[in-house]
Design a protein around this ligand. Structure first.
Ligand SMILES: Nc1ncnc2c1ncn2[C@@H]1O[C@H](COP(=O)(O)OP(=O)(O)OP(=O)(O)O)[C@@H](O)[C@H]1O
Ligand SMILES: [Mg+2]
Length: 281
């Protein structure tokens, strides 16, 4: 497969090498072939994504960064089966995506909790929708709420929680049915810096212990490098792949990894893309 292009930045150091997609079986992970999106509206067409080709390996932590409006949420909605691509094909676990996939957990950019359900019922929503045994999953839902610091808020309604607390509840909702694949659109955007770091570490632990495939979108370059096995950098709208970087930091990672020279250098290298695009985060 052809390597990602990187025409507008310097050549990376050997340990920050730019990688092409790894050769991997098409029957696992997430595979995009020529996937593009143009929104049709009365005011005219809005080209949002140029044709994209990449493969996310099973069990990989894959992070996407890109300027606002470049099509990141569009990409995630198409992979989740909520939005059809204008062209191309998406395979999840070898199956073409035509509708939402049962083995996928989604965290949207906005929490989207149901206002009439309390927090615990919101977290249990996927269980109710899939008609899974409530008694089996209720302890897990409570455990997840505890994990994200929402113990004692189970009976509250969404409006009684702050934006960051609602977003944490929506992360629990995405994890409750133990999906194999997690699609997360800026899941930590509404959190304070300390909670955000704690959630980063927790998500990495969950991903490592369960072997989930994670696709996470973020505006934070340090967060991307800290979490990812690979970081995909997007161009401005209509979004295309500017580069895909391997993150050669060993796992398990603690917050100390952020002071590793490899970390710092990779963050700077990715930041350069946005300097040259004139859209620094
Ligand atoms: N339903 C829609 N109809 C028309 N255009 C849309 C629609 N949704 C998104 N767009 C356009 O597509 C482009 C990409 O939108 P998208 O929400 O995917 O961006 P994003 O990268 O997630 O941005 P942000 O970082 O701000 O969340 C934007 O320019 C937006 O105006
Ligand atoms: Mg978005």
């Amino acid at each position: 497969m052809k390597p990602a292009t990187q025409s507008h930045v310097d050549q990376p150091a050997a340990h920050l090498r730019l990688v092409s997609d790894r050769a991997a079986g098409e029957a696992s992970g997430i595979k995009l072939s020529g996937v593009s999106k143009t929104y049709r509206s009365r005011d005219g067409d809005v080209p949002s994504l140029r044709p994209l080709d990449f493969h996310i390996n099973q069990g990989e932590f894959f992070v996407v960064v890109g300027p606002s409006g470049c099509g990141k949420s569009t990409l995630l909605k198409m992979i989740s089966g909520l939005l059809p691509p204008t062209s191309g094909e998406i395979l999840v676990e070898g199956e073409p995506v035509t509708k939402p996939h049962g083995n996928v957990g989604i965290v949207f950019q906005h929490a989207l909790l149901l206002p009439w359900r309390n927090i615990l019922s919101n977290v249990m929503l996927p269980i109710d929708m899939k008609k899974l045994p409530r008694e089996k999953y209720l302890p897990r839902a409570k455990e997840l709420l505890k994990l994200v610091g929402l113990e004692g808020f189970e009976k509250k309604l969404p409006w009684q929680l702050s934006g960051g607390m609602q977003q944490r509840a929506s992360i629990c909702r995405a994890l409750v049915h133990d999906p194999k694949i997690m699609l997360m659109d800026e899941p930590f955007g509404a959190l304070d810096a300390m909670t955000r770091e704690r959630m980063n570490v927790e998500l990495m632990r969950i991903q490592r212990e369960t072997g989930k495939t994670v696709l996470l979108i973020t505006h934070s370059i340090p967060e991307a490098v800290f979490l990812a096995d690979r970081v995909l950098v997007m161009t401005e709208r209509p979004g295309a792949i500017a580069a895909i970087y391997d993150v050669p930091l060993p796992r398990p990672r603690s917050l100390d990894a952020m002071s590793d020279p490899v970390f710092t250098e990779l963050v700077q290298r990715i930041r350069k893309h946005f300097f040259t695009q004139g859209s620094l985060d």
